[in-house]
Design a protein around this ligand. Structure first.
Ligand code: ADP
Ligand code: ADP
Ligand code: ZN
Length: 216
């Protein structure tokens, strides 16, 4: 199964992707994570992407589509893919079709996480992750069971993203509205979009996604 999680920054794509990985052994393909790894490693892609990401603007379509193709090539053909944060523009959506087709894969479903914009700034500014295993947390909405200790791996180190500040979030939301939301109709015409209420509790969002995927 190959699915897209679509929604603005802070909608819960990463949170839900991590849960699908744990439950179904799918692979999360997050272009944001790939780009952050490239920035950290100082690769040519990372050097190009750093300032663009810090400004909350979009990295070039060619770069992200190449990253996605490489990741898919490294996966077993039988493993399902969760596209998290990709595609984000019409050209990326067109590239994804090609990328999937040439690898004998097909897109099964696009899950749109609907959220109130007002909630997104609070979600993003409170977001942090385990520095060791990457598990996501939130200052208010998802604290570790034992304060300062990762539930999943026991690490005591956490990190915050440099672009998770209010000003950058506004730019990222504007980019989403202008360039990403307009790709939805392509998928709606094909009848593969499922809308899920992203304002619900995390567990309820997970249950709603499971309900969408179950009959497939
Ligand atoms: P995205 O990947 O779409 O940018 P995340 O999954 O990283 O979003 O979620 C952003 C922040 O909001 C995280 O700190 C996460 O813990 C929190 N969060 C995710 N889903 C919910 C939810 N349904 N209710 C409240 N907070 C949530
Ligand atoms: P979020 O989870 O908050 O939506 P991401 O981690 O997906 O954020 O993306 C962080 C940043 O990385 C984006 O603001 C953008 O600069 C860049 N980026 C990630 N994915 C893409 C993509 N598919 N196309 C262009 N830029 C991307
Ligand atoms: Zn951890």
């Amino acid at each position: 199964m190959n699915i897209i999680l679509l929604g603005p920054p802070g909608a819960g794509k990463g949170t839900q992707a991590q849960r699908l990985v744990e439950r179904h052994g799918m692979k999360q393909l997050s272009t944001g994570d790939m780009l952050r790894a490239a920035v950290k490693a100082g690769t040519p892609v990372g050097l190009k992407a750093k300032a663009v990401m810090e400004a909350g603007e979009l990295v070039s379509d060619e770069i992200v589509s190449a990253l996605i193709g490489d990741e898919l090539d490294a996966m077993p053909a039988s493993q399902g893919a969760i596209f998290d944060g990709y595609p984000r523009t019409a050209p990326q959506a067109a590239s994804l079709e090609q990328i999937l087709e040439s690898r004998g894969r097909k897109l099964d479903c696009v899950i749109e996480l609907g959220v109130d914009e007002d909630a997104l700034v609070e979600r993003i500014t409170g977001r942090y992750t385990c520095a060791s295993c990457g598990k996501g947390y939130h200052d208010t909405f998802e604290k570790p069971v034992v304060e300062g200790t990762c539930d999943k791996c026991g690490s005591h180190e956490f990190k915050r993203r440099p672009d998770d500040n209010e000003q950058t979030v506004r730019t990222r939301m504007a980019e989403y509205r202008a360039k990403t939301a307009p790709i939805l109709p392509i998928y709606e015409e094909r009848g593969i979009v499922a809308r899920v209420d992203g304002m619900a509790d995390m567990d309820n969002v997970t249950a709603a996604i499971e309900a969408v995927l179950k009959p497939r």
